[in-house]
Design a binder for this molecule. Sequence first.
Ligand code: 4AD
Ligand code: MG
Length: 429
Amino acid sequence: MLTSIKQVSSHVGESVKLGAWLYNKRSSGKIQFLQLRDGTGYIQGVLLKKQVSPEVWEQASKLTQESSLYVEGTIRADDRAPSGYEMDVTGLEVIQQADEYPISLKEHGVEFLMDHRHLWIRSRRQSAILRVRAAIIHAVQDWLNKAGFTQVDPPVLTPSSCEGTTNLFHTKYFDEDAYLTQSGQLYMEAAALALGRAYSFGPTFRAEKSKTRRHLIEFWMIEPEMAFVNHEESLRIQEEMLSHVVQHVLAECRSELEVLERDISFLEKVKAPFPRISYDEAVELLNREGMAFTWGDDFGAPHETKIAESFDRPVFITNYPTEIKAFYMKPDPERPEVALCADLIAPEGYGEIIGGSQRIDDPALLEQRFEEHQLPKEDYAWYLDLRKYGTVPHSGFGLGLERTVAWICGLDHVRETIPFPRMLNRLYP
Ligand code: 4AD
Ligand code: MG
């Protein structure tokens, strides 16, 4: 068995064998420094000409960037090394001498890097992001599992829309029409009425012609849905869940956040409860701050950023006009022109990361909404059934994974938050 770079600390003074790639190389006549990476970490291998065979010396001097190799040597603790350890190389076996690597260590343009995304993810920064992404997924699922949620997997191919018909991805399903799911929510409502608390975690699709820092065509969502939970109770679940996620990443991903040069002072403040501001108050705030805004319009990115600036933690904007929100949201019984809903806006200009609401539980009102939104009743018959057979108050929300990763990692654009982004003009690689 090979040793991994992550494990070298427990092998000081011992001879070990690593499988690795050459990240970078330096030499000065009688000594060569090989910067090695193996996916678990980085270590410098040191070769002294007088201590290795001429063949090993020769092979090492020819190694190109990203060549793959097995390296043997003795692990030495070294305070000057970034990882705290170095390897005195005694032998190496080249698996493949790599062709000239397109991503040299100089700066490259974004489109070039995106075209080479399959290689770019090997970089220190990109692999740190992927690790943080995985830690976020782990933390969310762990929190939900412990809070009594059961993971349920909704279908990806669906007969109907959840979030409006303007950005559906159409495909043929033999002789029928089908769409790639925009959200697992409707199915999670069925799951919540079966299991009490359920959540999905999967890819969702929006054929959105938006080319912004926040939009992907294919993105991943975590969608919890809870029976017998009202809007206000749902907000408490959201803030507890997200606080846990952020604190988990701070505890487990320090070195990744350092690679990303993330200022963690904002993240340290992310603890429940989060502030809440109503849509009405947000409209007033915008007008007061000199951003003319009419009640009834939807917020764009600049509005969300402006509102978030008044808070040092994520903020819930609650009770949006019913008109501008999805068909399934329950109107406030006291004031039906607004819905029992909230968007959670991340600080530092990262925008909406969660959308959620209490759901309509009355079958007659739901049927009325199908008509108002011109949704074909027959495709939603099963969804209406959920209100006919033991309807209950219930709520749920969707956390957008990529926007959460962008915020926690402090990235300019969501394209770096997912291994292989699907964007308006990008389906490759
Ligand atoms: O606000 P959205 O559209 O809500 C829903 O889909 C609900 N059905 C969720 C639910 O209640 N179960 O999307 C939820 C979140 C947004 O807050 C945002 O973080 C993310 O998904 N999101 C996107 N992320 C990247 N690219 C896009 N095009 C996104 N659209 C939404
Ligand atoms: Mg939304």
